[in-house]
Design a protein around this ligand. Structure first.
Ligand SMILES: *Cc1c(COP(=O)(O)O)cnc(C)c1O
Length: 499
């Protein structure tokens, strides 16, 4: 026997393995159990705390040695039930979670993720059904937002990635030389980007990743409503030109993360057209104001943007991750990212030609299913419902002499603080310290969850409602709870540092 025949012979004698279950019936039963457990988990979320701290020694559970031998799916799932579920607080799936800007997800989203994983499609490109579903979802997205039909787009991990893609296309299109070929080493002028001081931190990071340097981002001041000051923007652009720099792109905000403010996108588009600069709009959650007839005026001009970044995992409540970037000029978009190789030769652009990823998940399915199941009318109502809830909270705050609103409420975000009810002059540092303690005590209590920010340098409690489970009664509870906790925090003459 020669060596080859020997190898073939020994292989046929050995046991061949796969990751499929030995017993499909048992495995299906486990699957049904997981499904029941997770739906019950969602059904009862209101009964659990919104937040609990992790015991410091508990993290040691996650320093186990690499498993060599199988413990089986059943035991692994038991470990999930004992080691993860009880120690992972509800947070953003809870009706009283209003921190940062995080979506709630949905029960249907859970099922959609299972379907997605079962198909395990690689949606890099080609003529396959998942590609057509993504095209459909992008078309629906453009329709929902009033963005031009001809625009290209791609689903990505989130708005940070969507911003980076939009800014990469802006850079390559407006650089005045072949960035893809020559790289930034060949830039004859420094390229400049402009956005307001309220822009999301992902913008600066994108510019540094793109090799432009976060220092190429000019931060334009805002007016009293936290909208970009357009005369100040124009002055910066002309100053930069006078210095020999190249103004390349303005980043407009459709819903800032601090206060939910909207730049005047129509006027920004006019400035950009005159200056021959790209207009990119960050509409992570605020873009969906376009859904509601009462809010649509806020995004007027968004349709004029050269690129638009947004998230489906925030206000559309699709499970993480799902972001999207739309680009007005398909040619500019493809020119920035297209890639070909002998082993994946294609003539029509693939989705992998619209961003940095080759292998891509079937993100479109959970959006497609959600829009079909609930209808866009439901989302329109939910966006408006959250904004109405924010207004409701605003009224409560305005009516209460112990509370002070710190920023106008234009969308779903309310920034405010608790005032010092004690007699005598108010010490701003003590006021801030008490509000910090109040926030910590509220978070630690696990009944409500808000986050904080600075508004014009002033410490603010911040309620951001992208939560389809929040009800009016939850905000009544928040006010009542806050006043009770606040009473205790402000009663002591000096609040001691928290343990
Ligand atoms: C959340 C957010 C981002 C970043 O989006 P991710 O999905 O977290 O990557 C960018 N801009 C704004 C305004 C945001 O709210």
């Amino acid at each position: 026997m020669d060596e080859d025949t020997a190898a073939v012979g020994s292989m046929s004698d050995s046991v061949e393995n796969s990751l499929d279950p030995d017993n499909w019936q048992d495995f299906k039963a486990l699957g049904h159990r997981m499904l029941d457990d997770m739906m019950s988990h969602l059904e009862t979320v209101r009964e659990r705390p919104v937040w609990t701290s992790i015991a410091t020694d508990f993290c040691e559970h996650f320093q186990d040695p690499l498993p060599e031998d199988p413990q089986g799916a059943l035991q692994a799932y038991e470990d999930f039930l004992t080691e993860i579920i009880p120690h992972h607080p509800a947070l953003n799936i809870h009706p009283r979670f209003w921190g940062w800007v995080i979506g709630t997800g949905s029960p249907l989203g859970v099922l959609a993720e299972m379907l997605t994983a079962a198909l395990n499609a690689n949606v890099g490109g080609g003529n396959q059904i998942p590609v057509h579903v993504e095209v459909q979802v992008l078309d629906w997205c453009k329709e929902m937002l009033g963005y031009p039909k001809e625009a290209s787009g791609v689903l990505v991990s989130g708005c940070s990635m969507a911003n980076m893609i939009g800014l990469a296309v802006a850079r390559n299109t407006k650089a005045g030389f072949d960035v893809r070929r020559e790289g930034l080493q060949a830039a004859p002028q420094r390229m400049m980007f402009y956005t307001s001081t309220e822009a999301h931190s992902s913008i600066g990071r994108a510019l540094s990743i793109l090799g432009l340097g976060a220092g190429s981002l000019r931060e334009v001041p805002t007016d009293a409503d936290f909208r970009i000051d357009i005369p100040a923007l124009e002055a910066m652009i002309s100053d930069d030109r006078a210095r020999g720099h190249r103004p390349v792109c303005v980043i407009g905000n459709a819903g800032t993360v601090n206060t939910g403010a909207f730049d005047d996108l129509e006027r920004l588009a006019t400035v950009c057209a005159r200056e021959d600069t790209w207009l990119h709009v960050d509409g992570a959650f605020g873009a969906f104001a376009a859904l509601s007839p009462k809010l649509r005026h806020l995004v007027a001009g968004m349709e004029l943007a050269d690129s638009l970044a947004l998230d489906f995992h925030k206000w559309m409540h699709v499970p993480y991750e799902a972001g999207c970037v739309l680009v007005r000029s398909r040619e500019d978009h493809v020119r920035t990212f297209s890639m070909n190789a002998d082993y994946i030769h294609h003539t029509e652009p693939w989705f992998s030609d619209y961003g940095p990823q080759l292998s891509r998940s079937f993100r479109a399915l959970k959006i497609w299913l959600s829009l079909k199941a609930h209808g866009v009318g439901t989302y329109r109502g939910l966006v408006q419902q959250n904004v109405d809830l924010a207004r409701y909270l605003e009224q409560h705050i305005r009516a209460n002499p112990r509370l002070e609103l710190l920023a106008p409420v234009v969308l779903n975000i309310v920034c405010f603080r608790h005032l010092d009810p004690r007699p005598g002059p108010v010490d701003p540092q003590e006021l801030e310290r008490c509000n910090r303690v109040l926030l910590m005590r509220m978070q630690g209590g696990g009944q409500v969850f808000l986050s904080d920010t600075l508004i014009n340098g002033v410490f603010a409690l911040r309620v951001s409602i992208t939560n389809h489970r929040t009800r009016r009664a939850d905000l009544d509870f928040l006010i009542e709870h806050m006043l009770t906790v606040g009473e205790r925090v402000f009663r002591s003459p000096r609040v001691e540092a928290e343990p």
